[in-house]
Ligand binder design. Structure first.
Ligand SMILES: NC(=O)c1ccc[n+]([C@@H]2O[C@H](COP(=O)([O-])OP(=O)(O)OC[C@H]3O[C@@H](n4cnc5c(N)ncnc54)[C@H](O)[C@@H]3O)[C@@H](O)[C@H]2O)c1
Length: 442
């Protein structure tokens, strides 16, 4: 099939590359000329395991192309995927300007029957707004055409995006036309060889499904974080509680880790956007209000522990930080707990010495050169002369460190572990003072 993908970020680039990988002919459009120039040289600007290779091989095979020409992209694909950003607006609702601009550009240039598929995460009703925007452009041009709009929300995870797209748990399709259903069913055949993964539903339900999924996952995280804070006070261990409840098949083990809160480009904005949608129709989402408030507080739980240990005035203190990305295997720092933590430490007068396996360029881009942030080349370099270590992202190389060397390098042998990576008894036996989340600190 010939497919156009509008928006070449995490979702658009993964979608385009994976669809090319199974034999489709794909043209990806982005308005960011620098991004397209890099992609035309098979170089990607984000860190995502396996993606660079996928782009390179599919470009070389002549199945994957990139352009900044809207006209070319609209002319190319029978299916037009919209995969542009939907960032939070000032009031927390999803900002629809990029989605609607993409829809307008389709209406402006379309000359034959197309299926427009919305892959961006969008509030219920967006497909209708996309349809109206296209209709308006066609009417202005006085052109009569048949076209279809469908919803196909994306569930990939950054850090495992290619794997998730290639082997999805499910593919949600929201349609109101057999044409759209049939075409999308055919497109996704290669991704469901061993069993049916397509879940076909009406458009509003598909749009809501994406928010419901992210809201549920965020809820599990905040729930566990609140219980962790309680467990600490009660002398219980949240890791044991996690295993105790995760073994119940109705609950399961996923997304039950207590820590420093969720971040990233999706959960925070989607939890907010769903609340705004609900407010607009007069349905309060009290659970989600609490999920968001709990998460905002949890991002600073390590700083609270640190202040309890070192006092409010951190002037002259230097802290090591392991992990900047909002989760492992990505360089994404959008709404990352590391940012809330660093910014609070700076406000209290401290200096941060940080290491992340892939997100340091992103940290440089976000914060530039500043005297209170040193980005260093290894986890152990971060410890040199530091008054304590804060572990913020659970990258694999942090999981089994040399505790004796850590004790030697740190100015004061204190560790605040925001991801509960270690057995407290082992760390303490190595002579380190150890604070974690939801486990007794002494
Ligand atoms: N990142 C994720 O893990 C993830 C997962 C599932 C769903 N989503 C959703 O998918 C959507 C895209 O997310 P993302 O992380 O890929 O965003 P992103 O910010 O990485 O990429 C969006 C891209 O769209 C481009 N763009 C904007 N307007 C355009 C236009 N009119 N024409 C062409 N290009 C345009 C931007 O230049 C940018 O490159 C969002 O709605 C997001 O919520 C994201």
């Amino acid at each position: 099939m010939k497919i156009s993908v509008i928006g070449t970020g995490y979702v658009g680039l993964v979608t385009g590359s994976c669809l090319a990988e199974v034999g489709n002919n794909v043209l990806c459009l982005d308005l960011d000329a620098a991004k397209i120039e890099a992609l035309n040289a098979s170089s990607i600007t984000i860190f995502e395991p396996g993606l660079q290779e996928l782009v390179r091989t599919n470009v070389a095979a002549g199945r994957l192309h990139f352009t900044t020409s809207v006209q070319e992209a609209v002319a190319f694909g029978q299916i037009q995927f919209i995969a542009v950003g939907t960032p939070p607006d000032e009031d927390g609702s999803a900002d629809m300007q990029y989605v609607l601009a993409a829809a307008r550009s389709i209406g402006l240039h379309m000359v034959e029957e197309k299926l427009v598929v919305n892959k961006s995460t969008v509030p219920v009703g967006t497909a209708e707004r996309v349809r109206a925007a296209i209709a308006e452009e066609l009417a202005t041009r006085d052109v009569q055409l048949t076209w279809h709009v469908a919803s196909n929300p994306e569930f990939l995870k950054e850090g495992a995006a290619v794997e998730d797209f290639m082997r999805p748990d499910r593919i949600v399709i929201g349609t109101d036309s057999d044409f759209a259903t049939d075409l999308l069913r055919e497109l996704y055949v290669p991704f469901q060889r061993n069993h049916e993964r397509l879940v076909v539903m009406d458009i509003a339900s598909a749009e809501l499904t994406k928010y419901a999924a992210n809201a549920m996952l965020a809820t599990r995280i905040s729930f566990m974080n609140e219980l962790a804070n309680l467990a600490e006070k009660l002398g219980a261990d949240i890791e044991q509680v996690r295993r105790g409840i995760g073994s119940d098949q109705r609950i399961g083990y996923h997304f039950l880790y207590a820590g420093t809160g969720y971040g990233g480009s999706c959960f925070p904005k989607d939890v907010q956007a769903l609340q705004r949608t609900a407010q607009q129709v007069g349905v309060p989402l009290r659970v989600l209000e609490a999920v968001e408030a709990t998460n905002n507080a949890q991002k600073l739980v390590l700083v609270e522990k640190l202040v309890a240990r070192f006092g409010e005035n951190l002037r002259g203190k230097r802290f090591a930080m392991w992990g900047l990305a909002f989760k492992p295997n990505t360089d994404d720092m959008r709404a990352a707990p590391s940012r809330a933590i660093m910014e609070r430490l700076w406000a209290l007068g401290a200096t941060v010495q940080a290491y992340d396996p892939v997100a340091m360029d992103e940290a440089r881009r976000l914060y530039g050169d500043r005297a209170d942030l040193q980005l260093v080349n290894s986890p152990m370099d971060a410890l040199k002369g530091a008054d304590a270590l804060l572990i913020v992202t659970e990258w694999k190389p942090f999981k089994s460190p040399d505790f004796a060397l850590m004790k030697q390098l740190l100015n004061q042998p204190v560790v605040f572990d925001g991801r509960n990576l270690y057995d407290p008894a082992r760390v303490r036996a190595a002579g380190l003072e150890y604070f974690s989340v939801g486990r007794a600190d002494a």
